[in-house]
Design a protein around this ligand. Structure first.
Ligand code: HH2
Length: 269
């Protein structure tokens, strides 16, 4: 059976688009991470800065204050791998020293290129994500020649950069960055043509969870009501080559993906 991996989102922020403020308290964030691991998350992605469109940047000190105690506690559980969702070198360093083994950088090492060497030095894994522009302005009229070809070329270039900095290729995952400088049509085209990105040969991470394009399609205003839509998009992405799914609700996508995986396996040789 083709395996899939669930990456549970632990947002230690006041302003994340779907769960901002719910887990700003360290104890609540840690309990939430443990609950996601119990539901089947193999990776817990801990973030202290929202990247939603228009989000205000957070200083490194404040970001560390938010995430480091949570990373320390979840890593000490020795269950799920702990990822830090950051674009800052200092935060990534403290996180890796505190037990994280995965760096999820939505700028793909463009904001602070030194994170690549840091990941290499620690023998960590990483996710390199495509984003057009920066969070503050990324949704202001994004344009591409061919969104899939442009994202593919970007991911290949960032993969080559990370490898040149010493990160072994087999420790690098790639992500088309659904919703990061993309219209509804761009997101759908990326999902539809995912096999072209899977052809790069690295595992694909998909982060559709509760995003606004799902609200546009379903008419669901509240992000937490977009779980069925999230699971549907994840199943389609899995069938087209993605294997790592970044989600807020682990149980819902786990069930949907388990059915997809069993069905596709039954189809095989
Ligand atoms: N999406 C978000 C944040 N980090 N990382 C990867 N690799 N892929 C994604 O699609 C992705 C990501 C946005 O979701 P969330 O963390 O819930 O919201 P916010 O950025 O507002 O905290």
């Amino acid at each position: 059976m083709t395996a899939f991996t669930l990456m549970g989102v632990v947002n230690v922020t006041p302003d994340s688009f779907s769960d901002g403020g719910r887990f700003l308290d360290h104890d609540r964030a840690i309990a939430h991470g443990r609950a996601l691991a119990a539901e089947g998350a193999a990776i817990l992605d801990v973030g202290g800065e929202s990247t939603r469109p228009g989000a205000a940047p957070v200083g490194a000190e404040e970001e560390e204050r938010r995430v480091i105690p949570v990373i320390e506690a979840l890593a000490a559980d020795r269950g799920a791998a702990v990822s830090v969702d950051t674009m800052k070198l200092g935060v990534a360093r403290r996180a890796l020293e505190s037990g994280a083994t995965y760096v999820n950088d939505v700028t793909a090492f463009r904001h602070e290129p030194g994170i690549a060497a840091l990941v290499a030095e620690h023998g960590a894994r990483c996710c390199l994500m495509h984003m057009l522009g920066e969070p503050r302005t990324m949704q202001d009229d994004p344009r591409y020649d061919d969104v899939v070809a442009d994202v593919k070329a970007f991911l290949e270039e960032r993969l080559a950069f990370a490898v040149a900095q010493g990160v072994p290729e087999d420790r690098i995952d790639l992500d088309p960055g659904i919703g990061f400088g993309k219209t509804l049509a761009h997101n759908l085209e990326l999902l539809r043509r995912l096999p072209e990105l899977a052809a790069i040969g690295r595992p694909l991470v998909i982060g559709v969870s509760r995003k606004s394009f799902l609200g546009r399609i379903t008419g669901r205003e509240a992000p937490a009501e977009r779980e069925v839509a999230t699971a549907a998009a994840n199943v389609l992405a899995f069938e087209r080559g993605a294997t790592i799914f970044r989600v807020h609700d682990v149980a819902a996508s786990r069930d949907a993906l388990a059915v997809a995986a069993a069905t596709l396996a039954a189809d095989g040789p």
